[in-house]
Write a protein that binds this ligand. Sequence first.
Ligand SMILES: [Fe+2]
Ligand SMILES: [Fe+2]
Length: 279
Amino acid sequence: MKTRITVLCENTVGRVIGSGEHGFSAFIETDHDNSLFDTGNGHAIVSNSLALNKDLRTARRVFLSHGHGDHTGGLPEVLKLTGKVDVHAHPSIFLDRIAVRKVEGGEVRRFAGLVYKKTYLEFLGANFVLNQEFSEVQKGLFLTGEVPRCTSFEKNDPSLFVEIDGKLVQDTLMDDQSLVLDTGKGLILLLGCAHSGMINIVHHVVNKTGKQKFKAILGGTHLDFLTPEQLEESIKALKQMEIEKIGVSHCTGMKAASRLHQEFGNRFVYGCVGTVFDF
Ligand SMILES: [Fe+2]
Ligand SMILES: [Fe+2]
């Protein structure tokens, strides 16, 4: 299966084309049809898709990696173009998410969840297809569902909370799921924010598919938010795996991206807006 993945939304822009924003979205073209993975935070998805010549109206389905606003904020703009379309996600994407940042003498709270009502999104054309388990959406195209937390070194981001009955509790982001494409010559793993832990996700995908060879691991890794020890453990684990290319974006951050570049050399690519991955 021939596959092309184009980064539509990301924090940085590599060419003089499109806009950067804190968020992630990628357009996926295969021999069968087109899909959209995440929608960025809403400011750049339409203009970037036009600049990069990707017609959002041709997306046969939309995948939401998790409920955070920087991945779901562009959904209304996308739906206005696609009309009725399947939107694949975990049922917990609708939870109220709060990010808390410690500042001197206190804290700053920010609403970090999906800011649109489900009924509004349905009105615009979203047909939510909700899954919690690993599932095959189309031949060779899989969603990981909930990812078991197995590694000792991958921890929840302590700044992320969910509000339940007016109380903030630590957010375990069980809705975080990734997309897997089986090219026949290796797997492509597309991460949203990898809140489940990048290594946990890889183990889960190997378990579920029975395949170990990765053509590429792409997307947000959340490595920027971790301790240096956690980053080094993740790199150590990645080096033991069969991975042809690492193309990170978004919440990977420059520090972690630089470390990955150091370790993986020309197998490493930074996936900024406009980066095209051909398989
Ligand atoms: Fe994110
Ligand atoms: Fe996130």
